[in-house]
Write a protein that binds this ligand. Structure first.
Ligand SMILES: NC(=O)C1=CN([C@@H]2O[C@H](COP(=O)(O)OP(=O)(O)OC[C@H]3O[C@@H](n4cnc5c(N)ncnc54)[C@H](OP(=O)(O)O)[C@@H]3O)[C@@H](O)[C@H]2O)C=CC1
Ligand SMILES: O=C(O)[C@@H]1CCC=N1
Length: 266
């Protein structure tokens, strides 16, 4: 069984630990500056301790992209040929990971989301075309407990980040605004929040069983209340335009993180 080392246990790393805990794994190691201790997870006192971990070793990098140069530099000399490094850092490309970590480890990029804690994320994956299938399978085995896996080209990773990494926040924002609008329409604040969040949960559940366009059509009675709302959303294509603009902004920010990293990399 491959030992696992997670570096960075903030929001995303913590969610992955929760997802793996549900798998009942006993070979989890963690390095983080200050995350709380967790049952069943062995804390390293320094990244340098990674050298002594059992092999084969899979390292998952979940620090902020801005911390990448420092963390990659500390990790580089601790890795051995055959180690697998999976990075969930937005905007940190395979080339930057390779420069930072050297030729030893095999590399995979992954873009999960916070539903990894519940095993309900969708995770975009990319790797060099030269990465053998067996190593891809190892990365998939590592991430399977976190949710559904979708391979994309590395050139598509920023767009994938804008959808699956950031995407949950878009729906949460809409639910926040729906709650505000519900209150303005006369509901008590608590009920408005419960109903808006409930609608989000209901939509998520339905989206698991049907194509989203079909599900939308099923909700929309001809001439009914939903149709009235959707007509406003779609008036002159404004929701489509706004959504396209927002997704492009997220993808562009991921690309920009990569450019910023170039200036940080020694
Ligand atoms: N949040 C999300 O929904 C998603 C995040 N990601 C990616 O996951 C990564 C982590 O994001 P997120 O969990 O939100 O961020 P957080 O800031 O919540 O977590 C980062 C963690 O790494 C720790 N850390 C360890 N070493 C360092 C170091 N040398 N410098 C800085 N931090 C360090 C931080 O410690 P400290 O608290 O002391 O700074 C913190 O615990 C990012 O690269 C992001 O792009 C990907 C998909 C979704
Ligand atoms: O906002 C971010 O940059 C990270 C990546 C996707 C979700 N959170």
């Amino acid at each position: 069984m491959t030992a696992r080392l997670l570096i960075g246990a903030g929001a995303m790393g913590g969610a992955m630990l929760d997802g793996w805990a549900a798998e009942g794994r006993s070979d989890l190691h963690l390095w983080d500056r200050r995350a709380a201790d967790r049952a069943g997870v062995a804390r390293l006192t320094a990244i340098a301790d990674a050298a002594a971990l059992p092999r084969p070793l899979a390292v998952v990098l979940a620090v902020k992209p801005q911390a990448a140069p420092e963390v990659l530099a500390a990790l580089r000399s601790q890795l051995r040929p055959g180690d697998l490094v999976v990075s969930v850092m937005a905007g940190v490309g395979l080339a930057a990971l390779r420069r930072g970590l050297g030729e030893g480890p095999d590399l995979v990029r992954a873009m999960p989301n916070l539903a990894a804690a519940l095993g309900r994320a969708v995770v975009a994956l990319s790797a060099s075309p030269a990465l053998p299938l067996a190593r891809r399978a190892e990365a998939m085995a590592l991430l399977r407990a976190l949710g559904a896996l979708v391979w994309v080209e590395e050139s598509e990773m920023d767009a994938a980040t804008a959808l699956c990494g950031s995407g949950p926040a878009y729906f949460f924002r809409l639910a926040e605004l729906m709650a505000q609008a519900g209150e303005a329409a006369g509901l008590p604040a608590t009920a408005a929040r419960q109903l808006a969040a409930g609608a989000l949960i209901s939509a998520g559940a339905l989206a698991q069983t049907a194509d989203v366009a079909d599900a939308r059509r099923a909700v929309t009675s001809p001439g009914g209340a939903t149709a009235a709302a959707l007509a406003r959303f779609d008036h002159e294509g404004r929701l489509a335009a706004l959504t396209a603009e927002a997704v492009a902004a997220a993808a562009e920010r991921a690309a920009e993180l990569a450019r910023e990293l170039e200036t940080l990399t020694p």
